[in-house]
Design a protein around this ligand. Structure first.
Ligand code: HEM
Length: 449
């Protein structure tokens, strides 16, 4: 006999009104990892939202694979949709394939090596004013690097320093505002807080900045071989007909904001956690410095690299397992469906967290230890290593991320050594991504040969 929704066990630590929000905010990584002990499907309540967390690896893949039945949607996706309309990350299945086709060329592996100089320049500009022995605010610094890197590589836009600072701040305010709106119980959601006007101001400013970039490029017919050219110069798929039409400026703006939201905080979170782990593992950092002297690979991994990934690749792969920035993906059932013997009605909100898989000792022994060596001669298993999701909605920026992360490490570690300012482990905090809370690290200038 098949079970139904009410038979599923609840996640531990639930409070009246707030559901699991307090447990989640207290220690997001450990909480999400702990839920899988309850079963393959577990009930979760975040703020006013009731969801089913899919913890079983096979069921997770089934959800990823079928975006017709398990469509994009659910509370977080819906909140993001309020900001970016139906951009690539939030649009339903019915609109997804065309959008993905328009965006894909900018991420083709042949384009990626051309992005390295722009990433390196962004790193050098941000780190140029550093003094020997200075303590840096890591998250803020990495956001400054990733905003410039995404602007330059995806939109060929070199933002003036003040605009870049403002965009960085606005993206952070918007993603944090989105999280607050997701987790606030409905009864309290209309109560104005000091963050509400700040969120709206940041969103208006961000939209205006991006609309200016789009307008400037509309006036310029050249093909810059980047994401924005791909969106603006896409041929009309149905000239003179009633079918799909080229994207309007508003839709292009939505798409550009999608890429800023999806690509900056995630990448900055990954870089912040990578530097944190390298500061705590000086032996690994020294070996990276040695590799650098011999030249880190400047392009995406080749077939030979995939056989035996470089240390920089293994460091990034392991950081993405241990501290993966995306903590929750949501889907909504478009029809009644059976998932692992449980009948779920249409409209059920499903959630997947990479942490339930990445921190599972059955899949990754000693899961809370940072050990790039676990990837020596071994590639991650596609079902239990899911920092980028899987299936048709898998992250379009996966290879770009790996390239940008290794290029940033190469540029930073050539000039600087990174060390901790405290022995206390960093605590994770939720924003649009899981990032280390108030992480400070010391940068020491390296002697140049
Ligand atoms: C550490 C870095 C990153 C991580 C961990 C990450 C993770 C993810 C995940 C898990 C998804 C799937 C969401 C779902 O299935 O609901 C996704 C989608 C997406 N990501 Fe990333 N991402 C990263 C960096 C980037 C970058 C650098 C870009 C762009 C420059 C980007 C753009 C996107 C977009 C546009 C989507 C939506 C794809 C679609 O629905 O077709 N991401 N990302």
């Amino acid at each position: 006999m098949s079970a139904d929704l009410s038979d599923l066990p609840p996640a531990p630590g639930r409070l009246p009104l707030l559901g699991h929000t307090v447990a989640l905010l207290r220690d997001p990584q450990r909480f999400l990892a702990s839920v899988s002990a309850q079963g393959g499907l577990v009930r979760l309540r975040l703020g006013p939202h009731r969801m089913v967390l899919v913890c079983d690896a096979t069921l997770t893949q089934a959800v990823f694979a079928d975006d017709r039945v398990f469509d994009k949607g659910g509370p977080y996706s819906d909140r993001v949709g309020e900001v970016v309309g139906e951009g690539l990350g939030t649009c339903p299945h019915s609109r997804h394939r065309r959008q993905r086709r328009l965006c894909q060329p900018a991420f083709h592996h042949t384009r990626l090596p051309a992005y390295v100089p722009a990433v390196t320049t962004a790193v050098r500009e941000v780190s140029a004013p550093w003094k020997d022995g200075q303590v840096i605010d890591v998250k803020r610094t990495m956001m400054a690097i990733t905003c410039q890197a995404v602007a330059r590589t995806m939109f060929s836009a070199r933002l003036p320093a003040e605009t870049a600072r403002q965009v960085t701040e606005d993206v952070s305010l918007v993603v944090n505002g989105l999280l607050r709106r997701l987790l606030t119980p409905r009864a309290l959601s209309r109560v104005p807080t000091p963050g509400t006007p700040r969120y709206h101001r940041a969103l208006t400013r961000l939209r205006r900045t991006v609309a200016d970039v789009v307008a400037a490029r509309r006036a310029d017919p050249a093909d810059h071989q980047d994401l924005l050219s791909g969106l603006l110069l896409a041929p009309d798929p149905d000239p003179g007909g009633d079918g799909p039409r080229p994207l309007t400026d508003r839709e292009v703006t939505d798409q550009v904001i999608t890429f800023f939201l999806a690509g900056t905080e995630t990448l900055a979170g990954l870089l912040a956690w990578t530097l944190y782990e390298l500061a705590r593992h000086p032996g690994t950092q020294r070996r990276l410095h040695t590799d650098l002297a011999q030249g880190l690979p400047a392009g995406p991994p080749t077939a030979a690299d995939r056989e035996e990934p470089s240390l920089a690749d293994r460091v990034v792969t392991e950081t993405l397992r241990l501290h993966t920035p995306i903590w929750l993906l949501t889907r909504v059932l478009t029809t009644d469906a059976d998932l692992g013997g449980t009948r779920l009605p249409a409209g059920t909100q499903l959630a997947i967290s990479p942490y339930t898989h990445h921190w599972n000792p059955v899949h990754h022994p000693d899961p809370t230890a940072f050990d790039p060596g676990r990837w020596a001669g071994r590639r991650p298993d596609r079902t239990t290593y899911i920092p980028y999701g899987a299936g048709p909605r898998r992250c379009i920026g996966d290879r770009y991320t790996h390239l940008a992360a290794t290029a940033t490490l190469a540029a930073l570690l050539t000039d600087w050594e990174i060390s901790p300012v405290t022995e206390r482990p960093a605590r994770a905090v939720l924003g649009g991504a899981v990032v280390p809370r108030r992480l400070r690290l010391r940068v020491t200038a390296r002697e140049q040969p």
